[in-house]
Design a protein around this ligand. Structure first.
Ligand SMILES: [Fe+2]
Length: 271
């Protein structure tokens, strides 16, 4: 088994569980064989517990809320870190509590290549707007690469898109990749054939699955990963499909997913 396809779940629909170490977790996507995968973790005020991957595993984290002194450096929302397997635990102290997205996963690194630890304040990084895929130009994307692993151990990046991200054509091709894709929607909105993703939406898509098309009315900021590939390679379908401006909620969920995952999440009133 491997990590299952989920596309998508609103993390608001996922139950908090006691992790047994003073923190609480929402398990968003887990490999049933070894328990590795992606969780939201809530650190209570005063917690000094550092993220701890299983032995032999590396870990990425992205701070969504709160403030944490990490190795003595005080960081808040939009801090990103990567800890390769075998690195000593960070010192980690949060006085007021924090909400953190954590991804524990094997990331194969070719022998002899460096796989450095990373700690970034993403707010301070510049946006890169030079890499628009012509088929995605309608979303006016910008990117911040956070980690580009050695070999094909994966790329992690922030992706942002402008509001009014609709194509000038009424239809678009679908896409698929020889690698997986994982996404957490930090803020914003994106429409897909599975419904309207909003703040807190999450998907994990294994390799080889046709997907899209995606458009955005209000813009978005998302954390994305391409497990197993450093460069995203995309095959576009010959057939074109109509843009859906009001897609109904119709998610792909793992077998045995709680019923709440399949119930539409009400958007917060905005005005
Ligand atoms: Fe994709």
């Amino acid at each position: 088994m491997a990590r299952p396809h989920v596309e998508f779940v609103q993390s608001q629909s996922v139950e908090w569980q006691d992790a047994g170490d003073g923190t609480a977790v929402k398990r968003l996507n887990i490999d049933p064989d070894n328990g590795d995968g992606t969780v939201l973790r809530r650190y209570p005020a005063g917690s000094g517990r550092a993220p701890q991957p299983r032995a032999g595993l590396s870990l990425e984290f992205y701070v969504l809320d709160g403030e944490i002194a990490i190795d003595g450096r005080v960081l808040g929302a939009h801090a990103y870190g990567y800890r390769p397997a075998g690195t000593p635990a960070l010192t980690w102290q949060t006085s007021a509590g924090a909400l953190v997205l954590e991804i524990g996963e094997a990331r194969p690194v070719p022998a002899g290549q460096d796989d450095p630890a990373i700690l970034l304040d993403c707010l301070a990084l510049p946006w890169d707007v030079s890499t628009y895929d012509p088929q995605l130009r309608h979303m006016h994307n910008a990117r911040k690469v956070l980690r580009l692993g050695p070999g094909d151990s994966g790329r992690t990046f922030l992706l942002a898109g402008l509001p009014h991200g609709f194509p000038s054509t009424p239809d678009l091709p679908l896409e698929r990749h020889p690698h997986g894709e994982e996404m957490f929607l930090i803020q914003g909105e994106m429409k897909s054939p599975q419904g309207v993703m909003r703040d807190g939406a999450y998907f994990y898509r294994p390799p080889g699955i046709w997907h899209g098309l995606h458009v955005s009315e209000f813009g978005f900021l998302m954390l994305m990963r391409s497990p197993g590939a450093n460069k995203i390679s995309t095959q576009w379908s010959e057939a074109r499909h109509p843009v859906q401006y009001r897609p109904a909620f119709d998610p792909v969920l793992p077998e045995g997913a709680p019923a709440a995952w399949g119930r539409p999440h009400a958007a917060r009133p905005t005005y």
